[in-house]
Design a protein around this ligand. Structure first.
Ligand code: KIV
Ligand code: ZN
Length: 503
């Protein structure tokens, strides 16, 4: 019988810990829905106790996800467990994920706890979590730097107290594949009762080994892999979901006995959605989802691929949802074709009212752009999820420039319903427009980051602008899209200010 490797996605928890990533509740829900379409078994929706916003997001996701298990992280303390239990209680399949660090360095310097105290805490808190929910995951933080014998004691106590999944995090991304294989083998051979629970690994990428370590763990008997879309996460990030799923699928010769529930055709749309919403783009040479992952530059390669794609391609772009020849929409495409396209990209969770709005936006875009590509549709869905009903709306703008003078922006906005028109000069059209917006709202912000990317190729491509604005130590991301780069820039700036004002 084939072995099911569960995919536990922590994009919304560990991934959200990526520096500067800050998703709001609606954006998190949209990503969670997409993860469900992708076939993820467990969605770690957040760390409910961290803030009221985190609690609300976990709760909303728990209430809206049907197929995947929804979990919240919780330290091994009563309050965290109570809040996590409350947040996931309405999920169809709820789980609590509780953890405590076990390595000597964490025991001595962070927790200031003895081994005995840790064992007592694990017993008490796993039992406490079990009193709310049956499905309990227990993680030994920094497991891979913990004494093996102690780890065995910790996991045995967790199993006795009711844990149904034991997670082995390589928290600092320190181990190599051989060591990971040995550790999982050791635990399998020594932890009493381990055959009745799932063994999970959670690898970080500090040495670029997270995926390799996860694969080694599967070979040693791990049944759950914790990962994130695009490998997002703390520091160098986490195991990348798309890489794990495609390794198991592409190397059937090695991994015939394993399968995941991932629908690989949803990988690319999901990756794009996450990068548009988080504002973190993937590097061009990123495996599976990077812009160049299927591009063949050299003549020899191009010749080979034309003769037979398998000369240089071990998987097809279509198998991960990158469809260069897929149905391209244009201004004559109707709603039926549009809805079909949404579905083929995995966006069958977009509600009918949203579809109407998206279709109207699509029509506007198709008027400006000859071909509306998959990436454009994904960007529309991301833009719609990132939309925020804020105090400011952009009504109109104009840029003028006289030879030898600075550009001038005239920006009309609605602030709390009141129409305001302001003019300002700047070093460039975007600077001028931002100065005019500042005048209109009688406020100033530090623009910490400004990033402009074309969503597709060609001169009529949509631009996506991501900004980070700072005010009194608080940072907000803003995003805007348009076929006009200045408009995309102003929208991003206003989106950021609206987030700041609604906070
Ligand atoms: O990296 C880590 O150890 C974690 C745990 C909380 C699972 O994220
Ligand atoms: Zn982690």
């Amino acid at each position: 019988m084939k072995k099911h490797i569960k995919i536990f996605d922590t994009t919304l928890r560990d991934g959200e810990q990526t520096p500067r990533v800050n998703l709001n509740t609606q954006e998190k829900l949209r990503i969670a829905k997409q993860l469900e379409s992708l076939g993820v078994d467990v969605i770690e929706a957040g760390f409910a106790v961290a803030s009221p916003g985190d609690f609300e997001s976990v709760k909303l996701i728990a209430e809206n996800i049907e197929k995947s298990t929804v979990t919240s992280l919780a330290r091994a303390v009563k309050k965290d467990i109570e809040v996590a239990a409350e947040a996931v209680k309405n999920a169809k399949k709820p789980r609590i994920h509780t953890f405590i660090a076990t390595s000597p360095i964490h025991r001595e310097y962070k927790l200031k706890m003895t081994k005995e105290q840790i064992l007592d805490r694990v017993k008490e808190m796993v039992s406490y979590a079990k009193s709310f929910i049956d499905d309990i995951e227990f993680s030994s933080e920094d497991a891979t730097r913990t004494e093996k014998e102690f780890l065995v004691e910790v996991y045995e106590i967790a199993i006795k107290a009711g844990a149904t999944t034991l997670n082995v995090p390589d928290t600092v991304g320190y181990r190599t594949p051989n060591e990971m294989f040995e550790l999982i083998t050791y635990l399998k051979n020594n932890v009493k009762g381990i055959e009745n629970v799932d063994i999970s690994v959670h690898c970080h990428d500090d040495l670029g080994l997270s995926v390799a370590n996860s694969v080694a763990a599967i070979q040693a008997g791990a049944t759950q892999i914790e990962c994130t879309i695009n490998g997002l996460g703390e520091r160098a990030g986490n195991t990348s979901l798309e890489e794990i799923a495609m390794i198991l699928k592409t190397r059937k010769d090695l991994f015939e006995e394993y399968y995941t529930n991932i629908d690989s055709k949803q990988i690319y749309p999901t990756s794009k959605l996450v990068s548009l919403l988080t504002g973190v783009s993937t590097q061009p040479n990123k495996a599976i989802v990077g812009a160049n992952a299927f591009a063949h530059e050299s003549g020899i390669h191009q010749h080979g691929v034309l003769a037979n794609p398998e000369t240089y391609e071990i998987m097809s772009p279509e198998s991960v949802g990158r469809n260069p020849d897929s149905l391209v929409l244009g201004k004559h495409s109707g709603k039926h074709a549009f809805v079909q396209k949404l579905e083929s990209l995995g966006f069958n969770h977009v509600g009918s009212d949203r579809v109407e709005e998206l279709f109207a936006q699509f029509k506007k875009l198709a008027d400006k752009k000859k071909y509306v590509l998959d990436e454009d549709i994904i960007a529309l869905v991301a833009g719609e999820a990132a939309k925020i009903e804020g105090r400011i709306k952009l009504a109109h703008f104009e840029i003028s420039r006289q030879e030898g003078k600075k550009p001038k922006a005239t920006v009309t906005i609605e602030l709390d319903g009141e129409k305001l028109i302001k003019e300002a000069l700047g070093d460039g059209p975007v600077d001028a427009a931002y100065n005019a917006v500042n005048l209109a709202v009688s406020d100033t912000f530090v623009l910490e980051e400004y990033k402009l990317e074309a969503i597709t190729g060609d001169t009529d491509a949509q631009a996506q602008v991501v900004v980070i604005i700072e005010k009194n130590g608080n940072r907000f991301i803003g995003r805007g899209q348009s076929t006009d780069v200045v408009e995309a820039s102003i929208k991003a700036y206003i989106n950021g200010i609206n987030r700041l004002y609604s906070n």
